[in-house]
Design a protein around this ligand. Structure first.
Ligand SMILES: Cc1ncc(COP(=O)(O)O)c(C=O)c1O
Length: 473
């Protein structure tokens, strides 16, 4: 019979009615404010406990957490799975810090999520950035090609590991099978940021999962596309090349000693849900997403982003044909048509279709897109080109860690050209760094920062949020 060991143990503890002389201070809801009560419910608060023997220890799992992690590993075709309650950020950082160290060269996609560049600071590794292919029409970064990887491993044969983000935010996968073959042929580890791929395992119509493609280790956001609570993720380990004890140690360094059991239980329950019904749910999701895609193709002024082997549940719509930027379209959708997208960029709006959608939620989205189309000005829009001419392989001048610990000074943005950046500058969405610490600031980069600011995107990581100045080494 299918079960959820963590949730079951929490229920048993709560049913046993032991009087609480332990954390948390609200004591199973006894002292909880009514607002917290309304938010979490009496039952949720009663079960919001931790540190009891029967609830096991995330930092040394031997009981129910170990059992739940093993069930997850089986389902996602891994040898081991570790649970994370500090986001995929901490899973990715564990993956990198446990496999590369001070001075090790690691090949990293230029458009990796900022948690990867922060992991480089933490680990002291020396990144070599690989540029993805670019769709110049939609202005969307695609993924790293096997030929770029081949070129990079020949140029840096002593690199210890290769990090790939697959699929990316827009659902574009890398050719992971070929890349795994190249990495292993050169004695390198393949690390995959699979934040957007926890659902891949459940349909042959989706890109191949990192574990099935032969990756050594992969970090998944269970919370992004499956049914666990925000902040919960898993690390999948599939190789004799990985030192499991080191991974466990780093995971323990980066996570709270008081992990929230509602979060842990939600990971276990998301696994149960997929184990019970995953294939049916995901196949149905793909069918619905395909029908929605078909309908969007005939809406005037909208263009659907399509590329071979795309995850079809990621629906990216170019709105330039309506004379709108992606941000303006997002605003109209949110405030007039009551639809909230996942992200917008200067040209596009991205909608996620997940197993939670029904025909009726997708019909509402379709209806809103038709209304948006009739509200647009149909001017053809304005194309904004990002850094599309970046070199294929970028070697920073100093490591991100050296940059982080160097003394710095602040200069006007335009005067920073030719200096080494001390900052990581990322625009949200989609949360990928434009520059990392240790890298040379170019005129092209300054243009890209100014363009992003001019379309009102939120900057993260910059000391000066107006971006009039920047910190340099
Ligand atoms: C590719 C990628 N990796 C990692 C992360 C970090 O995940 P989390 O927000 O769960 O920490 C994100 C978040 O958007 C992401 O898009």
């Amino acid at each position: 019979m299918l079960n959820a060991p963590i949730a079951d143990a929490m229920q048993r503890y709560s049913d046993d009615r032991a009087l609480a002389f332990h954390t948390p201070g609200h004591k199973q809801g006894l002292g909880a404010h009514q607002l917290l009560r309304r938010l979490i419910t009496d039952e949720g608060l009663r079960q919001e406990v931790s540190l009891m023997d029967e609830l096991d220890d995330l930092h040394d799992p031997r009981g129910i957490i170990d059992e739940a992690q093993q069930l997850a590993a089986q389902l996602w075709h891994a040898d081991h799975a570790l649970f994370f309650v500090n986001g995929t950020t901490s899973a990715v950082q564990t993956m990198i810090m446990s496999t590369v160290g001070e001075g090790d060269t690691v090949l990293v996609p230029r458009n990796a999520h900022r948690c990867v560049s922060n992991a480089l600071i933490l680990s002291g590794a020396k990144p070599v950035f690989l540029c993805p292919e670019f769709d110049h029409d939609f202005d969307i970064a695609l993924n790293i090609t096997p030929s770029t990887v081949e070129q990079a491993v020949e140029q840096f044969p002593n690199a210890r590991a290769l990090v790939i983000t697959s699929p990316n935010y827009y659902g574009v996968p890398a050719d992971l099978k070929s890349i795994a073959e190249i990495a292993h042929r050169h004695g390198m580890l393949l690390l995959v940021d699979e934040a957007h791929g926890a659902h891949l395992q459940f349909s042959a119509r989706l890109p191949i999962s990192a574990m099935d493609a032969g990756a050594d280790i992969a970090a998944q956001s269970t919370h992004k596309l499956l049914g666990s609570l925000t902040q919960t993720s898993m690390l999948m380990i599939n190789s004799a090349r990985i030192d499991l004890e080191r991974v466990r140690r780093v995971s323990s360094m980066l996570q709270s000693t008081s992990p929230n059991y509602l979060l842990l239980a939600s990971l276990d329950i998301a696994r149960l849900q997929m184990q019970s019904n995953g294939s049916t749910l995901i196949e149905q999701t793909i069918d619905r997403a395909q029908r929605l895609r078909e309908a969007i193709r005939s809406i005037s002024g909208l263009r659907l982003f399509e590329t071979p082997s795309l995850d079809p549940t990621k629906i990216t719509v170019d709105v330039r044909g309506l004379g709108l930027t992606g941000l303006e379209a997002e605003h109209i959708l949110r405030h007039q048509l009551k639809i909230q997208c996942e992200l917008s960029d200067p040209n596009n709006v991205l909608f996620l279709v997940t197993y939670a959608d029904t025909q009726s939620t997708l019909d509402r989205l379709l209806d809103a897109l038709k209304k948006l189309s009739s509200m647009g000005k149909a001017t053809g829009g304005r194309a904004i080109n990002r850094r599309s001419t970046a070199p294929l392989i970028i070697e920073p001048i100093i490591t991100p860690r050296q940059a982080f610990y160097s003394s710095t000074t602040t200069v006007a943005l335009r005067e920073s050209i030719g200096r080494i950046s001390a900052e990581e500058i990322t625009f949200y969405p989609p949360g990928i760094p434009l520059i990392c610490p240790g890298e040379l600031i170019t005129a092209e980069l300054v243009d890209a920062i100014e363009e992003n600011m001019s379309v009102g995107r939120r900057v993260v990581g910059a000391a000066d949020k107006s971006m009039l100045t920047i910190r340099v080494i």
